[in-house]
Design a protein around this ligand. Structure first.
Ligand code: IPE
Ligand code: IPE
Ligand code: MG
Length: 247
């Protein structure tokens, strides 16, 4: 598989994916309910989305709710969905004004109908946004996406990575082939992928920060981007320098 067989992000900008983790701990340190951490996390989403286009980021994929997060208490799940719905309803116009295209990836068949409606409305209202693809992953599981895409292929003898990316895009509702991640950021201090974009992160640079998501701001994103710019990405090739003997 070569890099060129997989989909790049539009206009070849950088694709940053963020595991927005640490909302619960942020609330706990303040003696507040977890839902307040999730609510405070929305402010970070706003800050990061507004700053991203100016940093050369063309696609920003945010992990908001994993398929495994259904295992949390019903009250927390309901609060999360309510906060998400409110965000989509409140911010669609502002995103459209900032030329930010909102899209939601993941399963929709298990979500409350009003939330699905808010997703569809936000997507329609921001469809012409060209400055940034803001993709929000809800009820998302990379493994489940890969499995469902594989099921489509059960009768195919051979499939290219590019074709498989297109299928992944279809099963995750992204509307286009699933795009390679350039930089994956996880806030909150854990160092794991938690079933996020496993296929797309094959060559992603990984950046882990102890900063809790509600505290993450444009300066933190800029620091991650600076660190990213120092990484040498080889995609399996040998390093171009130094030019010594062939070996
Ligand atoms: C991330 O924050 C948000 C979701 C997973 C929905 P958490 O709620 O996981 O916060 P911590 O990890 O418990 O601090
Ligand atoms: C991953 O965070 C999912 C999101 C950020 C939405 P979790 O907090 O659910 O992940 P684990 O349980 O620590 O792996
Ligand atoms: Mg967590």
């Amino acid at each position: 598989m070569t890099q060129s067989t997989l989909s790049r992000t539009k206009s070849s900008g950088i694709h940053v994916a963020i595991l927005m983790d640490g909302n619960g701990r942020w609330a706990a340190t303040r003696g507040r309910p977890r839902s307040e951490g999730h609510r405070a996390g929305v402010e970070s989403v706003r800050r990061v989305a507004a700053a991203a286009p100016g940093m050369g980021i063309s696609t920003l994929t945010l992990f908001a709710f994993s398929a495994d997060n259904w295992q949390r208490p019903r009250a927390e799940v309901d609060a999360l969905f309510g906060i998400l719905q409110e965000y989509l309803e409140q911010d669609a116009a502002q995103c459209a004004a900032q030329s930010i295209r909102m899209r939601v990836i993941g399963r929709r068949d298990r979500l409350p109908l009003p939330l699905v409606r808010a997703m569809e409305q936000a997507e329609a209202a921001t469809a012409s946004g060209a400055a940034l693809d803001l993709r929000i992953a809800v009820d998302y599981s990379a493994r489940d996406s890969i499995l469902r895409a594989a099921c489509w292929l059960i009768s195919s003898l051979e499939v290219s990575p590019g074709e498989f990316s297109r299928l992944l895009g279809r099963v995750t509702h992204s509307g286009e082939p699933s795009a390679e991640v350039d930089l994956l950021i996880r806030t909150g201090g854990e160092r794991r992928l938690s079933d996020f974009l496993l296929w797309e992160c094959a060559y992603a640079e990984l950046f882990f920060t102890p900063v809790l998501w509600p505290d993450f701001d444009a300066a933190d994103l800029a620091a991650a981007m600076r660190e990213f710019s120092t990484r040498e990405r080889r995609f399996g090739k040998s390093s171009p320098a130094p030019a010594i003997a062939n070996s």
